[in-house]
Design a protein around this ligand. Sequence first.
Ligand code: MG
Length: 372
Amino acid sequence: MKSYAANEATSRGRRFDEPHASYRGEYQRDRDRIIHSTAFRRLMYKTQVFVNHEGDLYRTRLTHSLEVSQIGRSVAVALGLNEPLTEAICLAHDLGHTPFGHAGQDTLNACMRDYGGFEHNLQSLRVVDELEAKYADFPGLNLMFETREGILKHCSARNARLLGDVGERFLSRGQPGLEAQIANLADAIAYNNHDVDDGLRAGLLTLEQLREQALFGQQYERVHARYPELEDRRLIYEIIRRMIGTVVADLIEESKRQIEEAGVTSIEGVRAASGPLVNMSPPVYEQHMSLKRFLNKHLYRHEQKLEMTRRAQAIVQDLFNAYSGDITLMPQEFSERAASIDRTGRARVIADYIAGMTDRYAIAAHEALAGC
Ligand code: MG
């Protein structure tokens, strides 16, 4: 590994001291703890873009996280960085996501407006620091500092002050380690590409529309010229795998160049740099952003999706109102926690409960309210 990779010998360590693992590195151990967590298994039934029961082949938060992880690992290895740490951050990055994707997150944030808001990124950290209750000696998963630093992608100054060590960089405008920077972009590359695939599969996007996007259009021309008879499904896969390959290769080459130019020799140098050093080149980044804007307009805001969004908003809002009115509607473990604290703390317990729900659990809980 390069000298500027995260390294357990110079790590800021865990919140609670533990003896070293016998046969694994500390970041491998973090990755294993994440995979064994309850929150990780729940990702299987949480929406990425399409609600889980809309079709068996669409991405869920779980398969999204796996795709992020494999892209992130490839980049980490190519840049001589810490692969297990990158994998751990990628697998954990969405652990705090609500049911129903962004519709759920935005509604819960609105419900929590007077109580500090709700942000899924911060919630991912809360899951690994506080909410997973599995170990006898400490709350949460007691992950390494660099893993936690990577999970917390963004954060308001107000929240940063409450978070201590892991929030510091948001106040001092420092950067996270390069493995966290990779996870951030691997996330963006994964969703841009798999959402094209899912959008085409759902019939909400068309090849004609997508051909106007440079990233897609260039690969379309190449694949079509070489395999003019290829049926649509294979054509689409062939284009998407080439799109991922192109962006990932650009990311690796551009990042190599920027890291060298910055002259960093340690993770502390990376943290003190004026900006992230893992980046796509400007022209590819522009194409990537153009595709992202396209998906935002034509897929995420598609009339058919908006209907699901409205229903998801109503479910989350109703659940929040019902539990706020009567905390005993929640399971005992949550109602007991909610009973012993002030209004703000109670709202946070309710948000934790709702955020932890899978799509179908939330739908069933909502139906159960009607019977009350
Ligand atoms: Mg994600």
